[in-house]
Design a protein around this ligand. Structure first.
Ligand code: PLP
Length: 459
């Protein structure tokens, strides 16, 4: 290894607190730093010269793939012309204004305005504040609780970490905070009662949701938040009929719906939005990752006309809205997003996500569906998961201390492919860039089979 590489690793261990990392193991050097230095298409390269097929698109985000000159040039051009001006008090710059129009043109029906932030977490914070404001303006100050789901991932700030339904994000952080509640995840594979049909399970989830609303008192429940397909919690597509039934309960009690499309927005499911894909009619939509393919940090809340009308009424009563960030509607990030959305269209990536996604799902199912330690292969579009179990017939899970998912992900990396061991359960996730080819999908499947066989040969 070069002197420079060793120096970087030492500085990293000594000075950088990495997100989602065992910080003690990292600081002690037990977890080798991987310094990524380049990328092209679906491949990334590290400082030691090793190349990997990134079958998780970074963190479900580099949707157009690495090395897209068009986006790099748009960023450089904007930085040269005007790196920044704020968006407060009606100021604006050309790129975010153009981008808001492009987003509304692509959004599900009934959407009217976009507020820009910088991360999925801050966009969901915005959602919570807008919903509280909305109900205060409507004279319903008690209607403030937000129902999320176990296994949800909505961010890791104080309030969005509370919305998140994963233990790792709550433990020792004093989360979740009130007024956030969690209801059952639509996770049919892990249903408590194995004899339940999918239809009965959906009904049971919806009954639990309704019972929670009634127990809490409907006039205290403001909103329900859900990812159209659960992502970090296990890549869990909704069972048939789930969203239709959830929406009818929400409507009955006048509860707003937030669709968190941070992962599913802009094509990952083979449709522009997951809401259109699953027939969801949200009041607010969270967007981030696929908006810029993570070439620059940008997020947004897409606001329906219904909510917008109340916000307007609010500022007529209360004055300017007291919400925003210094870098809201940042022109460089917006320029990256415009180029990214144009590329998605020019390269027809949504059609590719649909076609190659279907191919990847069926190839993974064919290759691993009957394996004795594979409980389920599932997914939708270019999101796929393989869940490992100790005993397939009786759905017995592995002891978590064995870290089976992590072992398979490590074996896969040794074979040149990056999949992600999801944080709760032995679940290997895939969410490759939307430009994935059939040949690259074959590489993912062959390498995964090889890794799975190598790990389970040792059991
Ligand atoms: N919402 C969903 C569905 C996500 O998957 C994520 C991140 O993975 C977030 C919100 C939070 O986004 P960020 O990490 O940019 O704060």
């Amino acid at each position: 290894m070069s002197h420079r590489f060793n120096e970087l690793c030492a500085w990293d261990r000594d000075h950088l607190l990495h997100p989602g990392t065992h910080i003690g193991a990292h600081a002690r050097g037990e977890l080798q730093t991987r310094v990524i230095s380049g990328g092209k298409g679906v491949y990334i390269t590290d400082k030691s010269g090793r190349t990997s097929l990134d079958a998780f698109a970074g963190l479900f985000c580099v949707n157009v793939g690495y090395g897209r000159q068009k986006i790099a040039e748009a960023i450089a051009k904007q930085a040269n012309e005007l790196p920044y001006y704020h968006a407060y008090d009606g100021h604006g710059t050309e790129a975010p204004i153009t981008l808001s129009r492009m987003i509304i043109d692509r959004a599900p029906k009934g959407m009217s305005r976009v507020f820009f932030g910088l991360s999925g977490s801050d966009a969901n914070e915005t959602n919570i504040k807008l919903i509280w404001y909305y109900n205060n303006v409507l004279g319903r100050p008690e209607k403030k609780k937000i129902i999320s789901r176990w296994r949800a991932y909505h961010g890791s700030t104080v309030m969005t970490g509370s919305l998140t339904g994963l233990e790792l994000y709550h433990n020792a952080f004093d989360l979740p905070r009130t007024p956030i509640l969690h209801t059952e995840a639509p996770y049919y594979f892990r249903r408590a009662d194995a004899t339940m049909s999918e239809e009965q399970f959906v009904q049971a989830c919806v009954d639990k949701l309704e019972a929670m609303i009634v127990a809490e008192a409907p006039d205290t429940v403001a909103a329900f938040i859900g990812e159209p397909i659960q992502g970090a919690g296990g890549i869990i597509p909704p069972p048939t009929g789930y969203w239709a039934k959830v929406q009818s309960v929400l409507k009955k009690y006048d509860i707003l719906l937030i669709a968190d499309e941070v992962v599913s927005g802009f094509g990952r499911l083979g449709r522009m939005f997951g809401s259109d894909h699953y027939d969801i009619r949200p009041d607010l939509i969270t967007i981030s990752k696929g908006l810029t393919s993570a070439y620059a940090p940008l997020s947004g809340v897409i606001i329906s006309d219904k909510v917008w009308q109340v916000l307007v009424k609010g500022s007529d009563q209360l004055g300017s809205i007291g919400h925003g960030w210094t870098c809201s509607a940042h022109p460089i990030c917006a320029a990256a997003a415009i180029a990214n959305l144009e590329l998605i269209d020019e390269m027809d990536l949504i059609t590719n996500a649909r076609n190659i996604g279907a191919y990847l799902q069926s190839a993974l199912t064919e290759a691993l569906g009957d394996h004795g330690n594979v409980g389920e292969v599932r997914g939708d579009g270019l999101m796929a998961a393989v869940e490992f179990v100790e005993d397939r017939d009786n759905r017995i899970l592995f002891d978590t201390s064995k870290k089976v998912g992590e072992q398979v992900a490590a074996a896969l990396l040794e074979r040149g492919v990056i999949g992600r061991a999801l944080p709760q359960g032995d679940i290997l996730g895939f969410a490759p860039p939307l430009c994935l080819t059939k040949h690259e999908a074959d590489i993912i499947v062959e390498s995964t089979v090889d890794a799975v066989n190598a790990v389970f040969a040792t059991f």
